[in-house]
Design a protein around this ligand. Structure first.
Ligand SMILES: *Cc1c(COP(=O)(O)O)cnc(C)c1O
Length: 393
């Protein structure tokens, strides 16, 4: 581009990344380079010892017997649902505020996604909404541990048990988060993880895994991800090709050793935000009882959200919205999902939520700069909500 055509935007005094995978690589360069080199040296690119070792380590980390590595978090969800027998004619209940993949997984089995609202405090599936959405066709429920915080699993498991529903956790944002001292991934029949690079545990490309204590499901998944084959050239199932690759497994094994410390750093950053933002008229994240939050995202709610987002962008702070358009309002889901009751909080919050920069390599100067920008925002941040309705249904 010619010099004269460059935009004349004033360079921000400072900038803060939303996630910073370059800083992460600098921290672990020696270990990661060695892990990658070892895969190339033995040319074991597909399955093999790295994948098996990662699966064993990640299952142990989650506190379950099996981990089966697959190509993505979406495939982990799809194959888990299919392996549990979910298909055409069934309904699967999930929250309306989640990443699209949770709903797509249901759609790809042929079942119908049924959307419910979330708790107004912690943004995860509201057990009362789940209870009212159950029909004779309901087969499974997918609680999403959204933003890194476990859903209300005691209540959800109790309702599911009462109605004979299978519980599949979407743990794609909750590596290392706990509920009642147990890790996300060990709280239902099976759980799906994503290792997309920006997740709390992320690879150098796409990847995912299913973790479970269900021996039969795990055995089915091991074949299904690998052309339906248990041993070479024998195909018992009409399988897929969706394996976690060895390079990803090698990278993930290195990073798994740092996950708990990184999550601790995320919580430290969250506390820093919490203290410094306490004076503003905005809603800060709340950690519900029995949980340790893994802060995949640090989501606040405020008025003037869109203006704030562009103001932060001008000041070099990259923020995001998770998620701006609820599932039932996505073009892909017109007439393809069911919404038994209005999704009041899902709808209302979609215009108020904003995710501030959050990653383990943020410095306290980074946090202070974000806080300073929020404080200097010229608009009105106060939430125009009907306070009397919050927390009641
Ligand atoms: C990232 C994510 C997924 C999908 O994982 P991919 O690896 O990107 O397919 C599913 N559910 C939630 C809640 C996610 O955040």
């Amino acid at each position: 581009m010619n010099q004269a055509t460059l935009p004349t935007r004033v360079l921000p005094r400072s900038s803060v990344q939303f996630v910073d995978l370059q800083r992460q690589y600098r921290e672990l360069k020696t270990e990661i380079d060695a892990a990658v080199e070892s895969v190339f040296s033995c040319a074991g690119f597909i399955l093999g010892t790295e994948v098996a070792a990662f699966e064993e380590e990640f299952a142990a980390y989650c506190g379950v017997r099996h981990c089966v590595g697959v190509g993505s978090g979406l495939d982990a969800l799809i194959l888990t649902l299919k392996g549990l027998g979910v298909g055409a004619g069934d309904e699967v209940i999930l929250p309306g505020n989640t990443f699209i993949a949770t709903a797509l997984a249901v759609t790809h089995t042929g079942a119908t996604p049924v959307l419910v609202d979330h708790d107004p405090q912690n943004y995860t599936m509201h057990p009362g909404s789940l209870a009212t959405a159950i029909s004779g066709r309901s087969k499974a429920v997918i609680p999403v541990h959204l933003y890194g915080q476990a859903a209300d699993m005691d209540a959800i498991n109790a309702i599911a048990a009462e109605h004979g529903l299978m519980v599949v956790e979407d743990a794609a944002q909750a590596h290392g988060a706990t509920y009642d001292q147990r890790r996300c991934g060990s709280l239902g029949r099976a759980a799906a993880f994503s290792f997309y690079p920006g997740k709390n545990l992320g690879g150098a490309g796409d990847g995912g895994a299913v973790v479970t204590d269900d021996d039969e499901l795990a055995a089915w998944l091991r074949k299904m991800r690998n052309y339906g084959s248990g041993h070479k050239h024998h195909h018992e199932l009409a399988g897929r090709n969706t394996r976690l690759d060895a390079l990803q497994a090698a990278v993930l094994r290195v990073k798994l050793c740092h996950l708990d410390r990184w999550n601790e750093l995320r919580r430290h950053t969250a506390e820093h935000y919490q203290v410094r933002l306490a004076e503003l008229p905005i809603a800060l994240p709340v950690t519900a009882a029995k949980r340790t939050h893994a802060y995949h995202l640090y989501v606040i709610r405020c008025g003037g959200r869109d203006e704030l987002l562009s103001y932060l962008d001008q000041r070099g702070v990259s923020a995001g919205i998770h998620y701006p358009v609820p599932i039932h309002q996505q073009p892909a889901y017109r007439r393809r999902c069911m919404v038994p009751r209005p999704l009041r909080y899902t709808q209302e919050y979609a215009e108020q939520i904003i995710s501030l920069p959050m990653h383990p390599h943020m410095t306290s100067e980074d946090v202070e700069y974000v806080v300073q920008c929020l404080g200097e925002f010229p608009g009105d941040l106060s939430l125009k909500e009907n306070c009397s309705s919050i927390g009641t249904r």
